[in-house]
Design a protein around this ligand. Structure first.
Ligand SMILES: [Zn+2]
Length: 353
């Protein structure tokens, strides 16, 4: 087995290769940030290798493997938002105008490829991820290709939630749910790639088991900023809401700039809102004496001093705030003014105490 495969993907990899009858299009549904994208490329590599090992791992030395390593295999197409290629190792493959979506031009270009015969005489592979980034025109154009599938062409689409896709696209694909890592697998992965850390379980819980996101965030200032934010919230009514809003307005703008230059997204409005929601969630558990903090167990002392013995009227107000945050979460992608929005929320928070 290729050493690159993540342990939670090996079963499907083996099953897929063992199938005698294959669909021409697969929709793989994988929890976000658990390596589904890399797995798609590993599947493609195993198909495009001209002399694969007995376990279907690519040999790494045939011309198919070499073309793939040089990003120039003529029988592979990868459709993904071009912003992901902003720092592509091959300079010519970096987009002039990075897009956050998969556009109709991307899909049209794909049609040119699949309508010609395969360059190397084998199977052609098309990877599309994340599939919900296909804009509506692109999805409709792709639908036409999937309805009249070209010969010897395999489509692998990756999504995190099938509900985000057009039902017509879903119905043209064989749907497969990829496993998520077990906690033990995720911790072993993090220990191996980022070094031992007693907080892994805690970080994984906070990120809903998204192991690659934890690994990636670990290399940024994300957890430092989160701690800074939580320490401020822990001050309750003494928190300087305006100062915190100003700081995080800047952090969010910095993170957005970094994202637009091709770095992974770390902080945005939604994340800030999520931290506040989780803090309130843990606070309400503490106030009602029902269970231990789920997200911020390491701040149990601060939660207790703020929320324990909270008067019923304020508990109700905290509940109302949580409901309001849920509604805000849905619009947080397009705030008009980050700073004013943060000030409003954080001032409201200080009034809970
Ligand atoms: Zn090979």
């Amino acid at each position: 087995m290729t050493t690159l495969l993540l342990p939670w993907h090996t079963t499907f990899f083996e099953q897929w290769h063992a199938q005698s009858q294959r669909s021409h299009a697969y929709l793989l549904i994988a929890p976000e940030d658990t390596g589904g994208e890399a797995f798609l490329h590993q599947l493609a590599a195993s198909v495009l290798c001209e002399k694969p090992n007995a376990d279907h791992a690519p040999c790494g030395s045939c011309s198919g493997c070499q073309l793939l390593a040089a990003y120039s295999h003529p029988d592979l197409r990868v459709l993904r938002p071009s912003i992901l290629d902003a720092n592509h190792p091959v300079e010519e493959l970096r987009p002039e105008k990075p897009s956050k979506h998969i556009t109709i031009d991307d899909v049209r270009e794909l049609a040119n490829m699949v309508n010609q015969t395969s360059h190397r005489g084998g199977t052609r592979v098309v990877l599309i991820y994340p599939a919900h980034k296909l804009n509506l025109n692109a999805a409709n154009a792709l639908l036409k290709t999937l309805e009249e599938p070209p010969a010897n062409t395999l489509f692998f689409l990756l999504a995190h939630d099938a509900k985000q896709l057009l039902p017509t696209i879903i119905s043209r694909c064989q749907r497969v749910h990829l496993s998520r890592p077990s906690t033990a697998q995720a911790i072993a992965y993090l220990n191996q790639h980022c070094g031992d850390n007693p907080n892994w379980l805690n970080d994984l819980t906070q990120e809903n088991g998204a192991v690659l996101r934890v690994a990636q965030l670990h290399s940024t200032n994300y957890f430092t900023l989160q701690t800074q934010f939580i320490h401020a919230l822990a001050q309750g009514k003494d928190m300087d809401a305006l100062k915190l809003a100003e700081q995080f307005d800047k952090h969010i703008k910095d993170a957005d700039k970094a994202y637009l230059s091709g770095e992974a997204r770390t902080l945005d409005m939604g994340v800030t809102l999520m931290w506040l929601q989780r803090w309130l969630h843990d606070g309400l558990l503490t106030a009602q004496g029902v269970g231990t903090p789920r997200y911020y167990a390491q701040h149990a002392k601060a939660l207790t001093s703020l929320f324990k013995n909270m008067p019923t009227s304020l508990v109700q107000r905290a509940h109302a705030m949580q409901n309001m945050l849920l509604k805000e979460q849905r619009t947080s992608e397009h705030p008009l003014n980050i700073k004013i929005w943060l000030e409003k929320l954080l001032l409201q928070y200080t009034q809970l105490f």
